[in-house]
Ligand binder design. Sequence first.
Ligand SMILES: Cc1ncc(COP(=O)(O)O)c(C=O)c1O
Length: 440
Amino acid sequence: MSATAENIDAYWMPFTANRDFKKQPRIITGASGHHYTSADGTRIYDTFSGLWTSGLGHCHPKIVEAVQQQVATLDYCLSFQLSNDKAFALADRVIGMAPDGFSNCFFTNSGSEAVDTALKIALAYHRAKGEGHRTRLVGREKGYHGVNFGGMSVGGIVPNRKIFSANLIPGVDHIRHTLDLEQNAFSRGQPENGAELADDLERLAALHDGSNIAAVIVEPVAGSAGVIPPPVGYLEKLREICDRHGILLIFDEVITAFGRIGKATGAERFGVTPDLITTAKGLTNGVIPMGAVLVTDKVHDAFMQGPDNMIELFHGYTYSGHPVAAAAGLATMDVYEEEGTFEQSAALEDTFADILHSFDDHEKVIDVRNYGMMGAIEMAPRDGAPGARGLEVHKKCFWDEQLVMRNGMDVLQFAPFRNSNPDEMQQSFEAIRRVIDAVD
Ligand SMILES: Cc1ncc(COP(=O)(O)O)c(C=O)c1O
Protein backbone atom coordinates (compact mmCIF):
# COMPACT_ATOMS: atom_id res chain seq x y z
CA MET A 1 0.00 0.00 0.00
CA SER A 2 1.38 3.42 -0.79
CA ALA A 3 0.78 6.76 0.89
CA THR A 4 -2.58 8.42 0.37
CA ALA A 5 -4.08 11.47 2.01
CA GLU A 6 -5.98 9.05 4.30
CA ASN A 7 -3.12 6.97 5.70
CA ILE A 8 -0.33 9.45 6.35
CA ASP A 9 -1.10 10.16 9.99
CA ALA A 10 1.08 7.48 11.59
CA TYR A 11 4.42 8.77 10.37
CA TRP A 12 5.87 11.44 12.70
CA MET A 13 8.21 13.19 10.29
CA PRO A 14 11.64 14.49 11.39
CA PHE A 15 12.42 18.23 11.40
CA THR A 16 9.05 18.84 9.75
CA ALA A 17 6.00 20.97 10.47
CA ASN A 18 3.87 17.80 10.51
CA ARG A 19 0.43 19.40 10.71
CA ASP A 20 1.19 21.85 7.94
CA PHE A 21 2.77 19.13 5.80
CA LYS A 22 -0.16 16.76 6.14
CA LYS A 23 -2.61 19.37 4.86
CA GLN A 24 -0.89 19.16 1.47
CA PRO A 25 1.69 16.34 1.57
CA ARG A 26 4.73 16.31 -0.66
CA ILE A 27 5.41 12.63 -1.19
CA ILE A 28 8.13 11.18 -3.39
CA THR A 29 7.74 7.72 -4.87
CA GLY A 30 10.74 7.41 -7.18
CA ALA A 31 14.00 8.97 -8.31
CA SER A 32 16.47 8.73 -11.11
CA GLY A 33 19.55 10.84 -11.77
CA HIS A 34 18.83 14.45 -10.91
CA HIS A 35 15.06 14.10 -10.56
CA TYR A 36 12.53 12.76 -8.13
CA THR A 37 9.12 11.46 -9.16
CA SER A 38 6.08 12.30 -7.06
CA ALA A 39 3.03 10.11 -6.49
CA ASP A 40 1.21 11.52 -9.53
CA GLY A 41 4.20 10.91 -11.80
CA THR A 42 5.54 14.50 -11.88
CA ARG A 43 9.31 14.80 -12.40
CA ILE A 44 10.87 17.12 -9.84
CA TYR A 45 14.40 18.53 -10.07
CA ASP A 46 16.41 18.09 -6.87
CA THR A 47 18.49 21.15 -5.98
CA PHE A 48 19.67 19.61 -2.71
CA SER A 49 20.97 16.26 -3.98
CA GLY A 50 18.98 14.39 -1.38
CA LEU A 51 19.94 15.95 1.94
CA TRP A 52 23.52 16.78 0.92
CA THR A 53 23.77 13.02 0.43
CA SER A 54 23.33 11.96 -3.16
CA GLY A 55 25.94 13.93 -5.08
CA LEU A 56 26.22 11.31 -7.83
CA GLY A 57 22.52 11.48 -8.57
CA HIS A 58 19.77 9.15 -7.44
CA CYS A 59 19.71 5.42 -8.14
CA HIS A 60 23.17 5.35 -9.68
CA PRO A 61 23.16 2.02 -11.55
CA LYS A 62 26.54 0.87 -10.18
CA ILE A 63 25.51 1.44 -6.59
CA VAL A 64 22.10 -0.13 -7.15
CA GLU A 65 23.73 -3.22 -8.62
CA ALA A 66 26.27 -3.51 -5.80
CA VAL A 67 23.53 -3.30 -3.18
CA GLN A 68 21.36 -5.85 -4.99
CA GLN A 69 24.24 -8.29 -5.21
CA GLN A 70 25.34 -7.82 -1.64
CA VAL A 71 21.91 -8.22 -0.10
CA ALA A 72 21.57 -11.55 -1.89
CA THR A 73 25.08 -12.69 -0.84
CA LEU A 74 25.53 -11.59 2.76
CA ASP A 75 22.68 -9.63 4.27
CA TYR A 76 24.16 -9.21 7.73
CA CYS A 77 26.71 -10.70 10.03
CA LEU A 78 27.63 -10.24 13.66
CA SER A 79 29.65 -7.07 13.97
CA PHE A 80 31.45 -7.65 17.31
CA GLN A 81 34.47 -9.99 17.34
CA LEU A 82 33.61 -10.84 13.70
CA SER A 83 33.02 -8.80 10.59
CA ASN A 84 32.46 -8.95 6.86
CA ASP A 85 34.80 -8.54 3.89
CA LYS A 86 33.14 -5.38 2.60
CA ALA A 87 33.61 -3.44 5.85
CA PHE A 88 37.39 -4.02 5.78
CA ALA A 89 37.59 -3.13 2.10
CA LEU A 90 35.62 0.09 2.57
CA ALA A 91 37.67 1.20 5.58
CA ASP A 92 40.80 0.73 3.51
CA ARG A 93 39.39 2.74 0.58
CA VAL A 94 38.22 5.58 2.78
CA ILE A 95 41.54 5.80 4.59
CA GLY A 96 43.21 5.85 1.17
CA MET A 97 41.37 9.11 0.46
CA ALA A 98 42.01 10.70 3.86
CA PRO A 99 44.84 13.16 4.52
CA ASP A 100 48.28 11.79 5.43
CA GLY A 101 48.47 10.52 8.96
CA PHE A 102 44.99 8.96 9.00
CA SER A 103 45.06 5.24 9.56
CA ASN A 104 41.74 3.90 10.83
CA CYS A 105 38.04 4.10 10.26
CA PHE A 106 35.23 3.33 12.75
CA PHE A 107 31.81 2.74 11.16
CA THR A 108 28.50 4.11 12.41
CA ASN A 109 25.06 4.38 10.84
CA SER A 110 24.66 8.13 10.65
CA GLY A 111 26.37 11.45 11.06
CA SER A 112 24.97 11.88 14.57
CA GLU A 113 26.48 8.57 15.62
CA ALA A 114 29.77 9.47 13.95
CA VAL A 115 29.92 12.66 16.01
CA ASP A 116 29.13 10.99 19.32
CA THR A 117 31.65 8.27 18.48
CA ALA A 118 34.32 10.87 17.73
CA LEU A 119 33.67 12.68 21.01
CA LYS A 120 33.94 9.40 22.92
CA ILE A 121 37.15 8.48 21.11
CA ALA A 122 38.61 11.88 21.97
CA LEU A 123 37.82 11.49 25.67
CA ALA A 124 39.04 7.90 25.77
CA TYR A 125 42.23 8.85 23.90
CA HIS A 126 43.29 11.29 26.57
CA ARG A 127 42.53 8.78 29.29
CA ALA A 128 44.56 6.14 27.48
CA LYS A 129 47.43 8.63 27.41
CA GLY A 130 47.18 9.25 31.14
CA GLU A 131 45.45 12.60 30.71
CA GLY A 132 42.02 11.71 31.99
CA HIS A 133 41.65 15.27 33.29
CA ARG A 134 41.05 16.42 29.73
CA THR A 135 37.29 16.18 29.83
CA ARG A 136 36.00 19.43 28.41
CA LEU A 137 34.59 19.52 24.90
CA VAL A 138 34.31 22.64 22.79
CA GLY A 139 31.86 23.25 19.97
CA ARG A 140 30.91 26.40 18.12
CA GLU A 141 27.78 28.52 18.04
CA LYS A 142 25.65 27.67 14.99
CA GLY A 143 27.44 24.31 14.68
CA TYR A 144 25.34 21.30 13.71
CA HIS A 145 26.60 17.94 14.83
CA GLY A 146 23.46 15.87 14.70
CA VAL A 147 20.81 15.22 17.28
CA ASN A 148 22.23 12.75 19.79
CA PHE A 149 23.13 14.07 23.22
CA GLY A 150 26.83 14.57 22.53
CA GLY A 151 26.34 16.20 19.15
CA MET A 152 23.46 18.30 20.41
CA SER A 153 25.56 19.50 23.36
CA VAL A 154 28.52 20.60 21.26
CA GLY A 155 26.12 21.89 18.60
CA GLY A 156 25.07 25.50 18.55
CA ILE A 157 21.68 25.63 16.87
CA VAL A 158 19.33 27.13 19.40
CA PRO A 159 15.98 25.45 18.58
CA ASN A 160 17.69 22.04 18.66
CA ARG A 161 19.11 22.70 22.14
CA LYS A 162 16.39 24.79 23.75
CA ILE A 163 14.03 22.05 24.98
CA PHE A 164 16.88 19.91 26.28
CA SER A 165 18.86 22.70 27.86
CA ALA A 166 19.05 21.18 31.34
CA ASN A 167 20.04 17.76 30.01
CA LEU A 168 22.88 18.66 27.70
CA ILE A 169 26.10 16.92 28.67
CA PRO A 170 28.18 18.87 31.19
CA GLY A 171 31.60 20.35 30.56
CA VAL A 172 30.92 21.79 27.12
CA ASP A 173 31.82 25.29 25.94
CA HIS A 174 31.28 27.03 22.64
CA ILE A 175 33.45 29.38 20.67
CA ARG A 176 31.75 32.15 18.71
CA HIS A 177 30.35 31.54 15.27
CA THR A 178 31.86 33.26 12.27
CA LEU A 179 28.78 34.59 10.50
CA ASP A 180 29.16 38.36 10.21
CA LEU A 181 26.76 39.96 7.76
CA GLU A 182 27.98 43.45 8.61
CA GLN A 183 31.51 42.78 7.44
CA ASN A 184 31.21 39.80 5.14
CA ALA A 185 27.79 39.79 3.45
CA PHE A 186 27.86 38.55 -0.16
CA SER A 187 31.42 37.20 0.12
CA ARG A 188 32.31 34.82 -2.66
CA GLY A 189 33.86 31.78 -1.02
CA GLN A 190 35.80 32.34 2.18
CA PRO A 191 35.12 35.73 3.81
CA GLU A 192 38.13 37.98 4.41
CA ASN A 193 37.24 39.00 7.95
CA GLY A 194 37.06 36.91 11.10
CA ALA A 195 40.18 34.75 11.46
CA GLU A 196 40.62 36.27 14.93
CA LEU A 197 37.40 34.57 16.07
CA ALA A 198 39.49 31.42 16.46
CA ASP A 199 41.14 33.17 19.41
CA ASP A 200 37.98 32.43 21.34
CA LEU A 201 39.51 29.00 21.86
CA GLU A 202 42.55 30.62 23.43
CA ARG A 203 40.19 32.45 25.77
CA LEU A 204 38.59 29.15 26.84
CA ALA A 205 42.02 27.60 27.26
CA ALA A 206 42.94 30.50 29.54
CA LEU A 207 39.71 30.14 31.49
CA HIS A 208 39.80 26.39 32.09
CA ASP A 209 43.50 25.83 31.48
CA GLY A 210 44.11 24.21 28.11
CA SER A 211 45.17 21.00 29.84
CA ASN A 212 41.53 20.32 30.74
CA ILE A 213 40.19 20.53 27.19
CA ALA A 214 39.87 17.23 25.30
CA ALA A 215 38.70 18.32 21.87
CA VAL A 216 37.24 21.01 19.68
CA ILE A 217 34.72 20.10 17.02
CA VAL A 218 33.81 22.30 14.06
CA GLU A 219 32.42 21.86 10.58
CA PRO A 220 35.06 23.19 8.16
CA VAL A 221 32.13 24.83 6.35
CA ALA A 222 29.05 25.00 8.58
CA GLY A 223 26.20 23.49 6.58
CA SER A 224 22.91 23.25 8.42
CA ALA A 225 23.16 26.74 9.91
CA GLY A 226 23.09 28.02 6.34
CA VAL A 227 26.47 27.49 4.65
CA ILE A 228 29.03 29.49 6.61
CA PRO A 229 32.50 29.17 5.05
CA PRO A 230 35.44 29.73 7.39
CA PRO A 231 37.10 33.15 7.26
CA VAL A 232 40.50 33.14 5.56
CA GLY A 233 43.08 31.89 8.08
CA TYR A 234 40.52 30.78 10.68
CA LEU A 235 40.96 27.01 10.48
CA GLU A 236 44.74 27.37 10.46
CA LYS A 237 44.51 29.41 13.66
CA LEU A 238 42.28 26.83 15.35
CA ARG A 239 44.82 24.14 14.47
CA GLU A 240 47.65 26.21 15.95
CA ILE A 241 45.81 26.83 19.21
CA CYS A 242 44.88 23.14 19.51
CA ASP A 243 48.52 22.18 18.99
CA ARG A 244 49.69 24.64 21.59
CA HIS A 245 47.39 23.13 24.23
CA GLY A 246 47.36 19.45 23.25
CA ILE A 247 43.69 19.66 22.26
CA LEU A 248 42.35 17.28 19.60
CA LEU A 249 40.79 18.95 16.58
CA ILE A 250 37.75 17.20 15.09
CA PHE A 251 36.44 18.23 11.70
CA ASP A 252 32.81 17.25 11.28
CA GLU A 253 32.80 16.53 7.56
CA VAL A 254 29.45 14.79 7.38
CA ILE A 255 28.60 17.23 4.58
CA THR A 256 31.97 18.43 3.30
CA ALA A 257 33.71 15.09 2.65
CA PHE A 258 33.70 13.19 -0.64
CA GLY A 259 33.79 16.00 -3.16
CA ARG A 260 31.15 18.36 -1.82
CA ILE A 261 33.87 21.03 -1.78
CA GLY A 262 35.98 19.65 -4.59
CA LYS A 263 38.33 17.33 -2.70
CA ALA A 264 38.02 14.10 -0.76
CA THR A 265 37.85 16.10 2.47
CA GLY A 266 37.54 19.69 3.61
CA ALA A 267 40.80 19.07 5.47
CA GLU A 268 42.52 18.53 2.13
CA ARG A 269 40.78 21.47 0.52
CA PHE A 270 41.74 23.89 3.29
CA GLY A 271 45.15 22.36 3.90
CA VAL A 272 44.44 21.97 7.61
CA THR A 273 44.70 18.49 9.08
CA PRO A 274 42.55 17.63 12.09
CA ASP A 275 43.03 14.61 14.37
CA LEU A 276 39.64 13.07 13.68
CA ILE A 277 37.17 13.45 10.82
CA THR A 278 33.51 12.49 10.92
CA THR A 279 31.78 11.60 7.66
CA ALA A 280 28.46 10.17 6.55
CA LYS A 281 26.37 11.53 3.72
CA GLY A 282 28.62 11.06 0.67
CA LEU A 283 29.99 7.79 2.02
CA THR A 284 27.27 5.73 0.33
CA ASN A 285 25.76 8.47 -1.83
CA GLY A 286 22.84 8.33 0.60
CA VAL A 287 21.78 4.90 -0.65
CA ILE A 288 22.18 3.05 2.66
CA PRO A 289 22.63 4.89 5.96
CA MET A 290 26.25 4.84 7.09
CA GLY A 291 28.76 7.08 8.84
CA ALA A 292 32.43 6.81 9.66
CA VAL A 293 34.95 8.35 12.02
CA LEU A 294 38.45 8.57 10.58
CA VAL A 295 41.31 8.81 13.05
CA THR A 296 45.00 9.45 12.80
CA ASP A 297 47.49 6.75 13.76
CA LYS A 298 48.43 8.88 16.78
CA VAL A 299 44.88 8.56 18.11
CA HIS A 300 44.41 4.91 17.13
CA ASP A 301 47.76 3.75 18.49
CA ALA A 302 47.06 5.21 21.92
CA PHE A 303 44.30 2.59 22.31
CA MET A 304 46.44 -0.37 21.24
CA GLN A 305 47.91 -1.21 24.62
CA GLY A 306 47.21 -3.69 27.40
CA PRO A 307 46.48 -7.38 26.84
CA ASP A 308 45.73 -8.32 23.23
CA ASN A 309 42.53 -10.08 24.23
CA MET A 310 41.01 -6.92 25.74
CA ILE A 311 38.50 -4.84 23.80
CA GLU A 312 40.23 -1.51 23.27
CA LEU A 313 37.12 0.65 22.90
CA PHE A 314 33.85 -0.34 24.54
CA HIS A 315 31.73 1.21 21.84
CA GLY A 316 30.02 0.06 18.64
CA TYR A 317 26.73 -0.48 16.91
CA THR A 318 24.87 -3.62 15.83
CA TYR A 319 25.10 -2.26 12.31
CA SER A 320 28.68 -0.92 12.38
CA GLY A 321 30.20 -1.87 9.01
CA HIS A 322 26.92 -3.37 7.78
CA PRO A 323 27.77 -5.40 4.66
CA VAL A 324 25.08 -3.89 2.45
CA ALA A 325 25.99 -0.34 3.50
CA ALA A 326 29.66 -1.14 2.99
CA ALA A 327 28.93 -2.54 -0.48
CA ALA A 328 27.10 0.68 -1.32
CA GLY A 329 30.11 2.61 0.01
CA LEU A 330 32.56 0.61 -2.08
CA ALA A 331 30.53 1.14 -5.24
CA THR A 332 30.30 4.84 -4.40
CA MET A 333 34.10 5.06 -4.02
CA ASP A 334 34.46 3.26 -7.39
CA VAL A 335 32.19 5.77 -9.08
CA TYR A 336 34.00 8.71 -7.47
CA GLU A 337 37.23 7.42 -8.99
CA GLU A 338 35.90 6.28 -12.36
CA GLU A 339 33.88 9.43 -13.02
CA GLY A 340 36.41 11.84 -11.50
CA THR A 341 33.64 13.17 -9.26
CA PHE A 342 35.77 15.41 -7.07
CA GLU A 343 37.29 17.10 -10.12
CA GLN A 344 33.84 17.39 -11.73
CA SER A 345 32.59 19.04 -8.60
CA ALA A 346 35.56 21.45 -8.45
CA ALA A 347 35.06 22.35 -12.12
CA LEU A 348 31.42 23.32 -11.50
CA GLU A 349 31.89 25.48 -8.46
CA ASP A 350 32.57 28.76 -10.29
CA THR A 351 29.46 28.36 -12.43
CA PHE A 352 27.47 27.62 -9.29
CA ALA A 353 28.96 30.66 -7.52
CA ASP A 354 28.08 32.92 -10.51
CA ILE A 355 24.49 31.68 -10.54
CA LEU A 356 24.12 32.04 -6.79
CA HIS A 357 25.63 35.52 -6.62
CA SER A 358 23.29 36.76 -9.34
CA PHE A 359 20.90 37.05 -6.34
CA ASP A 360 23.18 39.52 -4.55
CA ASP A 361 21.11 42.55 -5.52
CA HIS A 362 17.68 41.00 -5.02
CA GLU A 363 15.60 43.20 -2.73
CA LYS A 364 14.49 40.32 -0.48
CA VAL A 365 18.01 38.90 -0.10
CA ILE A 366 20.34 39.93 2.74
CA ASP A 367 23.26 37.57 2.05
CA VAL A 368 24.52 35.01 -0.43
CA ARG A 369 27.19 32.53 0.69
CA ASN A 370 28.97 29.75 -1.15
CA TYR A 371 31.83 27.34 -0.94
CA GLY A 372 32.45 24.47 -3.32
CA MET A 373 29.08 22.95 -4.14
CA MET A 374 27.43 24.37 -1.03
CA GLY A 375 25.40 27.54 -1.26
CA ALA A 376 22.87 29.65 0.59
CA ILE A 377 20.63 32.58 -0.18
CA GLU A 378 19.53 34.29 3.01
CA MET A 379 16.27 36.13 2.65
CA ALA A 380 15.13 38.91 4.97
CA PRO A 381 12.61 37.44 7.42
CA ARG A 382 9.04 38.61 7.12
CA ASP A 383 8.11 41.03 9.94
CA GLY A 384 7.04 39.05 13.00
CA ALA A 385 7.17 35.70 11.19
CA PRO A 386 10.72 34.42 10.94
CA GLY A 387 10.94 31.32 8.74
CA ALA A 388 7.55 31.82 7.08
CA ARG A 389 8.97 33.23 3.87
CA GLY A 390 11.51 30.40 3.60
CA LEU A 391 8.93 27.64 4.03
CA GLU A 392 6.67 29.33 1.51
CA VAL A 393 9.51 29.37 -1.04
CA HIS A 394 10.14 25.66 -0.39
CA LYS A 395 6.48 24.79 -0.94
CA LYS A 396 5.99 27.05 -3.95
CA CYS A 397 9.11 25.62 -5.59
CA PHE A 398 7.62 22.15 -5.19
CA TRP A 399 4.09 22.88 -6.36
CA ASP A 400 4.66 25.57 -8.99
CA GLU A 401 8.15 24.87 -10.32
CA GLN A 402 8.67 21.13 -9.75
CA LEU A 403 11.77 21.74 -7.68
CA VAL A 404 12.90 20.38 -4.34
CA MET A 405 14.92 22.88 -2.36
CA ARG A 406 15.67 23.07 1.35
CA ASN A 407 15.03 26.00 3.62
CA GLY A 408 16.43 26.43 7.12
CA MET A 409 14.12 29.18 8.36
CA ASP A 410 14.63 31.97 5.79
CA VAL A 411 17.95 30.66 4.49
CA LEU A 412 17.54 28.80 1.21
CA GLN A 413 20.20 26.13 0.99
CA PHE A 414 21.58 24.45 -2.10
CA ALA A 415 23.67 21.35 -2.65
CA PRO A 416 23.86 20.78 -6.40
CA PHE A 417 24.82 17.36 -7.66
CA ARG A 418 28.56 16.98 -8.02
CA ASN A 419 27.87 16.10 -11.66
CA SER A 420 25.20 18.73 -12.33
CA ASN A 421 24.34 19.83 -15.83
CA PRO A 422 25.06 23.62 -15.83
CA ASP A 423 21.95 24.36 -17.94
CA GLU A 424 19.70 22.49 -15.54
CA MET A 425 21.34 24.26 -12.63
CA GLN A 426 20.77 27.63 -14.32
CA GLN A 427 17.13 26.79 -15.07
CA SER A 428 16.50 25.68 -11.51
CA PHE A 429 17.71 29.05 -10.21
CA GLU A 430 15.59 30.93 -12.75
CA ALA A 431 12.64 29.07 -11.23
CA ILE A 432 13.82 29.96 -7.72
CA ARG A 433 14.00 33.63 -8.70
CA ARG A 434 10.41 33.48 -9.95
CA VAL A 435 9.36 32.06 -6.61
CA ILE A 436 11.31 34.58 -4.51
CA ASP A 437 9.82 37.36 -6.62
CA ALA A 438 6.33 36.00 -6.09
CA VAL A 439 6.28 35.43 -2.31
CA ASP A 440 5.43 38.30 0.04
C1 LIG B 1 27.94 18.44 9.97
C2 LIG B 1 26.90 17.42 10.35
N1 LIG B 1 27.13 16.60 11.37
C3 LIG B 1 26.26 15.65 11.73
C4 LIG B 1 25.06 15.52 11.06
C5 LIG B 1 24.07 14.49 11.50
O1 LIG B 1 23.95 13.49 10.55
P1 LIG B 1 22.71 12.49 10.58
O2 LIG B 1 21.50 13.29 10.21
O3 LIG B 1 23.07 11.45 9.55
O4 LIG B 1 22.63 11.91 11.94
C6 LIG B 1 24.77 16.36 9.99
C7 LIG B 1 23.52 16.24 9.25
O5 LIG B 1 23.15 17.06 8.45
C8 LIG B 1 25.72 17.34 9.63
O6 LIG B 1 25.48 18.20 8.63
